[in-house]
Design a protein. Structure first.
Length: 316
């Protein structure tokens, strides 16, 4: 896959603010106190806030890896929206196509003892859905369009995204899709399935994660079969599964790539989005698909080994 630098990368889809709740660590600290042990962890047990949503997180990753990135979507006109816009701009993301109205979509991210997360949208009166497509985004001039996080079919974004992505592709852009299914939150109705099937057919690269996502979408029983099914439109499919190998499917071939080991995991939130962003950044800079997997693995491993929000360093 060759470099296409005719324009910036457009990242559209889920934009939100994550409220990180260290529930597992709080339970461990309480148990230690009950045993009469001193933990010294009190300051780290506060709930914290960071930018969230695959569109935002991946855009921040790509910008830190030297790509011109434009974020498109809608965020609230409140202090949470201000926080997210400021964080994106500090990392070099162009926010000219981020609309501001209503309240910001908030997501409670509850971490267990192993750092695994459960994500729960917080219903706030007047809030934006987190999925929207401002009408002022042109379909022309993009090198890549990265789309993700299609929520329930009654949201405005779901109705606009297919025609918009098709127009971008007709104008010469390549398309990447992160399934980001979240069936436990939004279900997988026939109408929602049709939206995903259309986007898969339009995509040059499809990202998926875990059997609950890729097997649900494809109807296959294994990750390998699902990866091959996602690549049937002539593009490539990249399937991740936690610490398991990354699968790369293209042209009826399937390859596996071991993830990089991490001695101490400091922050898993956003790791998959970091992988996506690094993968697309590699393609933008003219790397091969295999090299793009290596970039994704390296950046995701580096990001989760250090505290803070997606501190990205370019792979050697």
């Amino acid at each position: 896959m060759t470099e296409n630098t005719a324009g910036s990368i457009l990242s559209i889809g889920n934009i939100s603010v994550d409220v990180i709740i260290p529930y597992g660590r709080a339970k461990q600290a309480l148990a230690a106190v009950e045993r009469g042990e001193s933990t010294g962890q009190a300051d780290s047990l506060y709930a914290t806030m960071q930018p969230g949503g695959t569109a935002s997180n991946s855009a921040a990753t790509m910008a830190q890896l030297g790509c011109p990135v434009v974020l498109g979507g809608t965020i609230g006109g409140d202090m949470y929206g201000d926080f997210l816009i400021r964080a994106m701009q500090q990392r070099g993301v162009d926010c000219r196509h981020v609309g501001r109205q209503g309240g910001t979509f908030l997501c409670l991210t509850v971490l267990d003892e192993e750092g695994e997360r459960v994500m729960l949208p917080l219903q706030v009166p007047g809030q934006q859905s987190g999925w929207d497509l401002p009408v002022d985004i042109p379909p022309t001039g993009w090198s890549w369009v990265f789309v993700n996080g299609v929520g329930s079919e009654d949201r405005g974004f779901a109705q606009k995204v297919g025609p918009f992505v098709r127009a971008c592709r007709q104008a010469g852009a390549k398309v990447a899709l992160d399934l980001n299914l979240r069936a436990e939150l939004f279900g997988y109705s026939a109408q929602r399935r049709a939206i995903f099937e259309e986007l898969i057919q339009l995509s040059d690269v499809v990202f998926g994660s875990g059997s609950d996502e890729v097997c649900t979408v494809t109807g296959q029983k294994t990750l390998a079969a699902a990866a091959l099914a996602l690549a049937q439109n002539g593009g490539a499919a990249v399937v991740r599964d936690g610490t398991g190998p990354v699968l790369l499917a293209q042209n009826d071939t399937l390859e596996q790539f071991a993830v990089q080991p991490v001695q101490q995991v400091r922050n898993k939130v956003g790791a998959g989005d970091c992988f996506d962003g690094a993968f697309l950044a590699a393609l933008y800079h003219g790397r091969t698909l295999k090299q793009a997997v290596a970039w994704g693995n390296a950046c995701a491993a580096d990001a989760i080994s250090r505290p803070g929000y997606l501190n990205i360093r370019r792979p050697e």
